[in-house]
Design a protein around this ligand. Structure first.
Ligand SMILES: [Zn+2]
Length: 92
């Protein structure tokens, strides 16, 4: 699923990429996001992401205009066991 292009009307123009590890199946995958998308653990409070479960993973959401879209593993489609490995800007 491509939140940035399917669920908002903006053109596809990713500015950052996040690598996730799925704690359910063990696979790693990456997703690219537009500048208007905020990606964070669903239950996170504050900018420091307290409460992250490094063992079992977390539910992540892409927040676009206040709406939350769960991020699913590419391999097993589970959306509650993700762990963020890396986040970096994309060079234009
Ligand atoms: Zn998985």
């Amino acid at each position: 699923m491509e939140y940035y292009s399917d669920l908002n009307a903006l053109p596809y123009d990713p500015v950052f990429e996040i690598e996730f590890e799925c704690k359910n199946c063990g696979k790693e995958f990456s997703r690219k996001f537009d500048s208007n998308v905020e990606v964070r653990p669903a239950g996170a409070i504050g900018p420091n992401f307290r409460g992250i479960d490094e063992v079992h993973g977390n539910r992540y959401v892409a927040v676009i205009d206040g709406d939350k879209y769960p991020i699913e593993c590419d391999n097993c489609d589970i959306d509650t066991s993700l762990y963020e490995l890396n986040r970096e800007p994309l060079n234009k």
